[in-house]
Design a protein around this ligand. Sequence first.
Ligand SMILES: *[C@@H]1O[C@H](CO)[C@@H](O)[C@H](O)[C@H]1NC(C)=O
Ligand SMILES: *[C@@H]1O[C@H](CO)[C@@H](O)[C@H](O)[C@H]1NC(C)=O
Ligand SMILES: *[C@@H]1O[C@H](CO)[C@@H](O)[C@H](O)[C@H]1NC(C)=O
Ligand SMILES: *[C@@H]1O[C@H](CO)[C@@H](O)[C@H](O)[C@H]1NC(C)=O
Ligand SMILES: *[C@@H]1O[C@H](CO)[C@@H](O)[C@H](O)[C@H]1NC(C)=O
Ligand SMILES: *[C@@H]1O[C@H](CO)[C@@H](O)[C@H](O)[C@H]1NC(C)=O
Length: 494
Amino acid sequence: MNRILRGLITITILGCNSHCHENHGMAYGFDTIEPSPNLTWTPCFDDFTCSRLEVPLDYSNRSLGTTSIAFIKLAGKNATIESPSIVIIPGGPGGSGVDLILENWFLAAQAFGDQYNIVSFDPRGVNNSGPNLDCFSGDTEARSAFLRLYSTGATNVSSTSLEEQYYSSSIYGEWCNDAVENESPHGYFVTTPASARDLLTFTEAEAELAGRPPSDAKLWSYGISYGTVVGATFASMFPDRVGRMILDGVLDAEHYYNNDWRDNVNQMDEAMGEFSTLCHSAGPGKCSFWGPTPANITAIMDALILQLQNHPVPISGVQSQELPALVTYSDLKALFLQTRYNPPALFPVMADILHKLEQGDASPLVGSFDGLNSISDARLAIMCADSYRNNKLTSIEAFQSFVEDTSSESKYIGDIWPIFQANLLCRSFRPHLPDSMMVQEPINGHGNKSSSFPIMFASNTIDPVSPLKSARAMSSRFAGSVLLLQEAVGVSRH
Ligand SMILES: *[C@@H]1O[C@H](CO)[C@@H](O)[C@H](O)[C@H]1NC(C)=O
Ligand SMILES: *[C@@H]1O[C@H](CO)[C@@H](O)[C@H](O)[C@H]1NC(C)=O
Ligand SMILES: *[C@@H]1O[C@H](CO)[C@@H](O)[C@H](O)[C@H]1NC(C)=O
Ligand SMILES: *[C@@H]1O[C@H](CO)[C@@H](O)[C@H](O)[C@H]1NC(C)=O
Ligand SMILES: *[C@@H]1O[C@H](CO)[C@@H](O)[C@H](O)[C@H]1NC(C)=O
Ligand SMILES: *[C@@H]1O[C@H](CO)[C@@H](O)[C@H](O)[C@H]1NC(C)=O
């Protein structure tokens, strides 16, 4: 097991474990909280309050009924009734804002200050918010059988892998469509425009609770990665309801709604170049993968990639008493892919692993590709429902050209990104959704009407997940917005 890496990148789950008890009305989950159309905050997870806000499944047809959205709030130590709540919009799609706050509240409180309340939420379809969808209806065997067929490694790892991945990808959507048809009729009612509308419902409910008129309540928000798509969608739909909005680690919303994820690898090789530079300047004592020049470090890294491609390394398990394993090219690519989510913390880990590999010890990479799995039903339901009407990734030629583009953009992750991002899986999704659930016009297509407060976009100069060019593109679409650049390599929390 590649424990160091797992430990660093795995999101710790604060769930219902040993201290899962009811304590003076203190909730440690959302099941015990009654959904309500008004915000009713219940003490939860010791230091927070939680609420399940009831919202219409379809805002344009309320006879379809409601679902509920899980919100969590950390009251500012020095907040008053007037203090705005800053809503943190999580990444993903499929990311849980509740988990994000439970794990990172101290960072958020530090960043924003004690005079603000900090709020986050599980967007529609995610974790504690409805509507739920389990594409394999609890059939874990079917789910793993599908994964074995589809998730076979880097796209071009064998002469038939691209075709195998393309054709097996249709299976997933077929199971999801079937689950929607037979048990979760509103499983696809989880689109981003609907989530953006839910944020307005929240903003109005909060104003109502504070005795302010809901009709001109404004959203204060901080969106991260995919959360920037939610934020930009909100600002586009409700320009005069923007209180404050920071969008950090920006995705190009236009590309997102077209299921076009090719730009995302755009700055990866630059980030890897930065790794070589940093490792070199740290010195041989500090960076275990040190080399006499940055170019030399890069060259050795490239040689290791080639070497693994031609000579996967068997790990017999005889001495370690672990299961036999084969460390492959895809496992090394998976390491690069994981590292890019948190370069400052993970560069040293990567250096150690590469150093061991150079010395012939591949064991830290065992299971690296298998551990990468990012296929979650909520993530795919949101992503595929959002792009359904504009999805062009529906033929093997389109898939080939996608892989060619990403591969030419990044030699480190270009050929593993497609299987990881899994946007190919959208090709057999058949959500039949009303117009009101779908994005209606280009993001910020409202006649260039400025938002009621200018949006601040923020990006690192080298962002290997949500590249700077997306931040520039998005900022150019919002009149009056600004772009804040931080000279750094890395990404906001995805
Ligand atoms: C929600 O709040 C409104 C206005 O304060 C009130 O009229 C209504 O009864 C409340 N609804 C529920 C279900 O508590
Ligand atoms: C609203 O939903 C109901 C229940 O599914 C359906 O019968 C009706 O046709 C819908 N109305 C509109 C305007 O789409
Ligand atoms: C709390 O707010 C009050 C009033 O705005 C201010 O005077 C005080 O300095 C704040 N205290 C802290 C610890 O921020
Ligand atoms: C959120 O969802 C993830 C993935 O489905 C799961 O592992 C985690 O336990 C969930 N967290 C909560 C608080 O429910
Ligand atoms: C896959 O590799 C083959 C042989 O190396 C090459 O001809 C082909 O263009 C590659 N395809 C893609 C999509 O990268
Ligand atoms: C919005 O602004 C862009 C660029 O400034 C311009 O090309 C476009 O015509 C404008 N659209 C409308 C509807 O005003």
